[in-house]
Write a protein that binds this ligand. Structure first.
Ligand code: HH2
Length: 339
């Protein structure tokens, strides 16, 4: 059993002596770390082995041309009839491009999905998923929107069509496990990939929400999936990790993962947090309808920023951007131009 070290993040300001940047962040630092699955601690950063200390502190490689020394906003654009929050809103081409245009003002990346992965969702046939996503990506590019695009899919053919249409990155909620051809495609195209933790399939995942210790089990799984990606020839600096909030997890599991998010920095890759409008926000925040969960979603996004997460996947790009600007100014890293 691997023991993991969780850096304990603090805002860069007010400045404390002896702190180190957390994963190259301009706004979050650390000076102590707690041990997961082991006794003792917390330990001073100075007493952590140099290799691990460097991994926890080093700046991450840019992603799709974006530096990752500050949190980036990934705007969600689902071109599906049935996504839990924005289903049916953007599934004609003009509406999708219009929404992309609006989001591009505040989002650093657009994440386009043609298959809902909400609990209970059914699989969409490949050709249908391609017909939903590739033309939208092409139309976004034809409209002159240059924002990096990720394709949210588990299927290699869908990812390939999206990359051909102008997408820059693959977001696979099964971490390359669903489609045996996905890893080779990502390696061959040399694009970044997000590896997300999930269990079973969207149809059945909530029945599999059983863990002895969700945080360390998610860490084990992500470490194993990163190894698999490397073995398939995917470059280490093109891998993003994600704890998969809500994918086979209860509200308590989601909270454990968000509290433990800084531990993911030990994997050495950028972290993506996708909590926007998910059910636990409604449960804890008292908001039955997904569209009423904006404020709670922003609160969780800021918690992600405070944990040094580099990518925040959100529906409410404008509101998250405003909140993030304020948070960055307070934490001591006023936002520079987003180029
Ligand atoms: N969550 C959803 C879909 N894709 N990808 C990553 N990397 N991380 C996530 O947390 C994540 C994801 C589910 O949310 P949404 O896209 O809003 O809904 P739906 O799956 O119903 O389309």
């Amino acid at each position: 059993m691997t023991a993991y070290l969780m850096p304990l993040p603090i805002p860069r300001l007010p400045a404390a002596p002896g702190t180190l940047a957390l994963a190259g962040s301009r706004s979050v630092v650390w000076d102590r770390a707690a041990l997961l699955r082991g006794a003792g601690g917390p330990f001073a950063a100075a007493s952590v082995s140099p290799g691990l200390r460097d991994r926890l502190s080093a700046v991450r490689a840019p992603l799709c041309g974006l530096s990752l020394d500050r949190p980036r906003i990934m705007g969600i654009l689902n071109v599906t009839p049935d996504s839990f929050s924005d289903g049916g809103r953007h599934n004609d081409l003009a509406a999708a491009v219009a929404r992309a245009q609006v989001m591009a003002a505040d989002a650093d990346i657009l994440d386009i999905g043609g298959e809902s992965t909400r609990p209970g969702a059914r699989e969409v046939p490949e050709d249908e998923e391609i017909a939903r996503t590739a033309p939208v990506i092409r139309a976004i590019r034809e409209a002159g929107i240059a924002t990096p695009i990720s394709i949210d899919t588990r299927k290699a053919r869908v990812a390939e069509a999206a990359l051909d249409a102008g997408a820059d990155m693959v977001n696979d909620v099964t971490a390359l496990r669903f489609d045996p051809r996905m890893a080779a495609l990502v390696a061959e195209r040399g694009v970044p990939v997000c590896l997300m933790h999930s269990v079973a399939t969207p149809e059945t995942m909530q029945a599999h929400a059983n863990y002895r210790d969700v945080l360390t089990e998610v860490l084990d799984h992500l470490a194993e999936r990163m190894e698999a990606a490397l073995r398939a020839g995917i470059a280490e600096n093109r891998i993003v990790t994600d704890p998969g909030i809500g994918f086979g997890k209860t509200a308590a599991h989601n909270l454990d993962l968000i509290r433990g998010l800084p531990a993911l920095h030990g994997l050495g890759a950028p972290i993506l947090l996708g909590a926007s409008r998910k059910r636990f926000i409604g449960t804890l925040g008292g908001a039955e309808m997904a569209e009423d969960r904006m404020a709670g979603s922003v609160a969780v996004a800021l918690q992600g920023a405070a944990a040094g997460a580099q990518i925040l996947r959100v529906h409410d790009t404008k509101e998250t951007r405003q909140a993030l600007r304020l948070w960055l100014a307070m934490a001591g890293a006023e936002e520079e131009d987003r180029a």
